[in-house]
Design a protein around this ligand. Structure first.
Ligand code: G4F
Length: 319
């Protein structure tokens, strides 16, 4: 059972589990407009079962567990846009923080044998306390989102230690793909590059282009989630590439891929600056490599190239 199944990671994870022969149930909150396009794009929508429910509603979680009788539960549901979390801190706390606790409580009550995955985030490191962040690095969240994720992370650890749940926390660094939402910087850039290439747009307006992120490919990262639940006991794992780049460098890769020059189009717009910034993230995935045998395979250049190509396809005349 996957919560947040209509998001980027939910779609890739659903595909991975279906390929492995799993029966996949996805929890679907009845909010907003069409959120199923990613599942359609990967061709997995018809192969899985959606259950109406929401991580903010414990009764719906208990019902979903009763319906799906899950062996593995992946909690990917969140208000996951960091920028929005300053405007909606209470909603973010409710969905991203308490939502995880509702699900842990539902698992404890109704499916204590099930294995549980919590989508933790490198945003919890925030104002970094070590130049490379691993499972032992102290946390210092810098956004309401990071603080909510940290609560959910520690509650996952607590349910493992207090109630003996097989509960794991994947501390994933930024991970992107052609299915990334347009509100995140990589997809905003690759969509803009495609529009500029096709003569549909002239400018790309960004905030802090000096921020550095350790960017990987979401398709690689869902493998790590699955591997965590195949271990004899639950644990915490950093999932990252071990290499970072600035937003500006990532933009240069995207523009170069399309035969364009960044300087001709970039406009720095203070409207996209955040009240507090996470300046640098750089993960150390050594434990995931040693224990899970997991390694990232997709470079930033390949990833960004793939995203630009897909956006050109989406927007191009042959659409
Ligand atoms: O793409 P972003 O919005 O991702 P951010 O804030 O790092 O968060 C993502 O990764 C986390 C893992 O570390 C996840 F937990 C979280 O859910 C999400 O997936 O921004 C990346 C960087 C930031 O420093 C931001 O200030 O890009 C900078 N940036 C500069 N201009 C911009 C923009 N970000 C966005 N979204 N839009 C801009 O115009």
């Amino acid at each position: 059972m996957i919560t947040g199944v209509s998001g980027q990671d939910g779609a890739y994870l659903a595909r991975l589990l279906l390929q492995k022969g799993y029966t996949v149930f996805g929890l679907r909150p009845r909010r907003g407009s069409d959120t199923l396009w990613r599942l359609r794009e990967l061709g997995v929508l018809e192969a899985m079962e959606l259950i109406d429910g929401d991580v903010t509603d414990l009764s719906s979680l208990l019902r979903a567990i009763e319906r799906s009788q899950p062996d593995e539960i992946y909690n990917l549901a969140a208000q996951s846009f960091v920028g929005t979390s300053w405007d909606q801190p209470i909603l973010t706390g409710g969905v991203t923080g308490m939502g995880a606790v509702n699900l842990l409580e539902a698992v404890r009550l109704a499916a204590p044998q099930a294995r549980f995955y919590q989508a933790s985030s490198s945003e919890m490191f925030g104002l970094i306390q070590a130049s490379r962040q691993d499972e032992r690095t102290p946390f210092y969240p810098r956004s309401p989102y990071g603080a909510a994720k940290l609560y959910a992370h520690w509650m996952t650890v607590n349910y493992r230690e207090s109630h003996g749940l097989h509960a794991s926390s994947g501390i994933l660094f930024n991970h992107e793909s052609p299915l990334r939402g347009i509100e995140f910087v990589t997809r905003k850039v690759t969509d803009a590059v495609a529009r500029i290439r096709l003569g549909l747009q002239r400018e790309l307006r960004l905030g802090n282009v000096d921020a550095r992120r350790d960017w990987g490919y979401a398709g690689d990262y869902v493998e790590a989630m699955w591997l965590m639940l195949q271990q004899p006991v639950g644990g915490d794992f950093v999932v990252a590439t071990g290499r970072n780049a600035s937003v500006r460098e990532m933009c240069e890769i995207a523009f170069r891929h399309a035969g364009l020059t960044l300087e001709d189009h970039l406009v720095i717009d203070p409207a996209f600056l955040r009240p507090a910034e996470v300046d640098v993230l750089l993960g150390d995935p050594a434990r995931a490599a040693a224990v899970l045998g997991w390694r990232p395979v997709t470079s930033l250049e390949t990833l960004i190239g793939m995203m630009v190509d897909r956006d050109l396809e989406r927007l191009g005349p042959a659409r």
